[in-house]
Write a protein that binds this ligand. Structure first.
Ligand code: HEC
Length: 115
């Protein structure tokens, strides 16, 4: 019994340390996601969503970790800088005119599947 318990705890530890596997989403699944915070959700719907749920824009789809994981590894500071300054097809500020740096960080975490 004791051995079983120890095995169970060991299993839980291993299970908790691993991130869930990256899953790709369809644009429909991506568009159905919404930030938990109402104010952030409002900012998202007025700006980022119009590109980040549409595959043809070339923007990584919201919630699709197969498209976000490599970008996430750049670090939150660089993603924030690229959002504010613009990055290739990504317009400076992401068309959000009232977003603060903290708002951008929350939006990026949500879109990268790390809310
Ligand atoms: C007009 C379309 C458009 C809008 C609006 C938009 N994005 Fe983007 N975004 C893009 C495209 C296209 C890329 C991919 C650029 C590339 O990698 O070449 C991108 C990439 C990004 C990246 C990854 C940058 C990197 O370093 O890899 C972040 C972070 C990002 N967008 C955040 C946001 C946020 C936050 C908003 C809303 C405030 C937003 N975007 C709104 C088009 C858009």
């Amino acid at each position: 019994m004791r051995t079983l318990f120890v095995l169970f705890v060991a299993f839980l530890l291993v299970a908790c340390q691993q991130e869930p596997p990256a899953q790709s989403l369809t644009p429909e699944q991506s568009a159905a996601l919404r930030p938990a915070d109402t104010r952030i959700a409002g900012l998202y719907e007025q700006s980022c969503k119009s590109c980040h749920t549409v595959a043809d824009t070339g923007a990584p789809l919201t919630g699709d970790r197969t498209q976000w994981d490599a970008r996430w590894r750049k670090g939150e500071d660089e993603l924030l800088n690229n959002t504010i300054r613009g990055f290739n097809g990504m317009p400076a500020g992401g068309q959000c005119f009232s977003c603060s740096p903290d708002d951008y960080n929350a939006l990026i975490r949500f879109m990268a599947g790390r809310e």
